[in-house]
Design a protein around this ligand. Structure first.
Ligand SMILES: NC(=O)c1ccc[n+]([C@@H]2O[C@H](COP(=O)([O-])OP(=O)(O)OC[C@H]3O[C@@H](n4cnc5c(N)ncnc54)[C@H](OP(=O)(O)O)[C@@H]3O)[C@@H](O)[C@H]2O)c1
Length: 339
């Protein structure tokens, strides 16, 4: 049987290399589930894999996208058939495998297909994966957040907003930085208690004022190279700076050592693919609780049909979209074919 899918056989610009067509349906192997994808999500990592930002082609043919959401259609050996029919969100579908979620079907290890609460849409489900797991790791790797304070840089970004949602769910006081007024509105809508404009506000002074001179316990940083001095000025003694992104693959940064030592600062670097699975499974419990509480509310910036995936890649790459970039795969509740 065949399915509709997006694929590429070489790295390059989206319009040149992303191809829409029929490919063979996967069959679930031992320990896997077969998911009929309703919504596939694009993350910067999918764009970087396609362009060759940090890796070469690992497979002759790649079906892109790590994240998605849909329904379990079949299971492989060792997986309970009771999972068939579950609505699930899928994470890291294409990690260590050639085929991701930009297709009508994907086969993934059973743990990578997580039950969606009944009230959660496929759009929100597809938006979880990398952003929610990354934000969770940055926030909680060093302990609970109840009664603590957090600064999230880039609070209007996809990971930044996820960090605000999860930190508020956990009972933290949350400040966020943004780069303009429109981003400020989004960070506020996400739940930030204090929103500061990096270009206009004296961020360190405002954070110190808001925390009675103590500073924040955790900082989630999208651009450590640019923000490290500011971070150290906002951090409480022994606080944690979690960095998860950089502008260019070769970026290097200098840390003001004396200031960092005096602060007893802890630097944590997060790369979602190397976070151990048991840690992710704990994160998933928290993410599910946050969803059930109605506190995980990602902004959907763009959604296109599967055949227009290249446009969506380009939009994400050009940076004009605020919010998740999604691809609608199923044409109706049941999609178009059966495998
Ligand atoms: N390490 C990991 O495992 C991991 C996981 C997920 C994502 N990432 C990486 O994280 C980055 C962000 O991903 P995303 O999906 O959240 O992207 P996004 O939605 O574009 O969010 C980034 C946000 O940060 C803002 N920003 C840029 N520079 C900033 C600065 N110096 N201080 C404060 N805010 C700043 C951006 O504003 P403008 O749009 O105005 O520039 C944007 O609002 C990407 O590079 C991605 O590859 C890494």
């Amino acid at each position: 049987m065949f399915m509709r899918a997006i694929s590429y056989d070489r790295q390059g610009p989206a319009a040149d290399v992303l191809t829409f067509g029929d490919l063979p349906c996967p069959a679930p192997q031992e320990g896997e589930v077969l998911v009929r994808i309703h919504v596939s999500a694009i993350n910067p990592t999918d764009v970087k894999a396609r362009t060759g930002f940090s890796s070469t082609m690992a497979y002759d043919l790649v079906i892109p996208h790590q994240d998605g959401a849909g329904v379990i259609e079949a299971v492989g050996g060792g997986v309970s058939p009771t999972r068939i029919g579950e609505r699930v969100w899928v994470f890291e579908a294409q990690s260590g495998r050639a085929a991701g979620t930009a297709a009508e079907f994907v086969a993934v290890p059973s743990d990578n297909a997580v039950l969606l609460p009944a009230s959660t849409s496929y759009e929100i489900g597809a938006s979880l994966g990398i952003p929610a797991l990354t934000a969770h790791r940055c926030l909680f790797a060093d302990g609970d957040l109840k009664g603590r304070s957090v600064l999230v840089h880039g609070g209007a970004g996809v990971v930044g907003s996820a960090a605000i949602h999860l930190a508020k769910w956990a009972g933290a006081w949350v400040a966020a930085t943004v780069l303009d007024a429109a981003q400020g509105a989004i960070a506020r809508e996400a739940g930030a208690d204090l929103v500061l404009n990096l270009h206009e506000d004296d961020v360190a002074a405002r954070i110190m004022e808001a925390t009675a001179g103590v500073g924040v316990d955790r900082i989630v940083d999208v651009d450590l190279v640019a923000n490290v001095t500011l971070d150290l000025a906002c951090l409480t003694k022994g606080g944690v700076i979690s960095a998860y992104a950089m502008r260019n693959a070769g970026d290097e940064g200098a840390i003001p050592l004396l200031q960092a030592m005096i602060a007893g600062a802890v630097f944590r670097f997060v790369y979602i693919y190397t976070v151990p699975m048991p840690v992710k499974l704990v994160a998933i419990e928290d993410i599910t609780a946050c969803l059930k509480a109605g506190l995980y509310r990602p902004r959907i910036g763009l959604i296109v049909p599967l055949q227009r995936t290249a446009e969506a890649h380009l939009a994400l790459e050009q940076g004009g979209v605020t919010g998740k970039v999604l691809v609608r795969v199923a044409e109706g509740e049941k999609g178009s074919i059966a495998c």
